[in-house]
Unconditional design. Structure first.
Length: 188
């Protein structure tokens, strides 16, 4: 192998290592939804599932979601049982993003004059060229003051950038070590 080929091969290896790191762009920021929901009972305080979503739309975004305008219609799967450990593909979709629900659980629920429910969970959001990213979310709803109206709800999801655990530094170190070895071979 010619001495001029060695630096070219080393540079190509460095480029390939860095290109894999550059392609991993996690989703960051928050997205919120609002609308109305019908439950399997007459009160959010005793309900175990949403049987129907009514006009869900985006209400507040940041980070990777900022390209989605407030009021953009969204699709949410129904029925949805509050306490689930089964994955639901495409639990919500909006603005080119798709959310896979991994699990959800009731955090607080109460009956009374106005019943309420708070459900938290985890899932994976993907779309628009980003790397699929794990996020946490929260759903909350309370009974309407007038019982014939469906209950209002809010749903917010938050995706924080997760550090890569040092993989980028390791790849860079390997590439630089390789370049150092090549340099020693060339000067020998």
């Amino acid at each position: 192998m010619k001495k001029t080929q060695i630096p070219i091969i080393g540079a190509a290896m460095l480029f390939m290592a860095l290109a894999q790191t550059i392609q991993a762009i996690p989703i960051t920021g928050d997205i919120g939804f609002t609308g109305r929901a019908s439950y399997d009972t007459t009160s959010a305080g005793t309900a175990t599932e949403v049987v129907n979503w009514i006009n869900p739309n985006v209400n507040g975004t940041s980070g990777s979601f900022t390209g989605i305008a407030n009021g953009t219609p969204s699709n949410l799967v129904s029925p949805w049982f509050f306490a689930t450990s089964s994955a639901i593909n495409s639990f919500w979709t909006a603005g080119g993003f798709t959310f896979q629900l991994l699990s959800s659980w009731v955090t607080a629920q109460g009956a009374g004059t106005l019943g309420y429910v708070i459900v938290n969970g985890t899932g994976v959001v993907s779309g628009n060229g980003y790397t699929p990213t794990v996020l946490g979310w929260s759903f909350s709803s309370q009974d309407p003051a007038v019982t014939q109206d469906p209950a209002t709800f809010t749903f917010s999801a938050s995706a924080d950038s997760v550090p890569d655990g040092g993989a980028t530094v390791v790849l860079l170190g390997i590439a630089l070590s390789g370049m150092a070895v090549l340099k020693r071979k060339l000067t020998a």
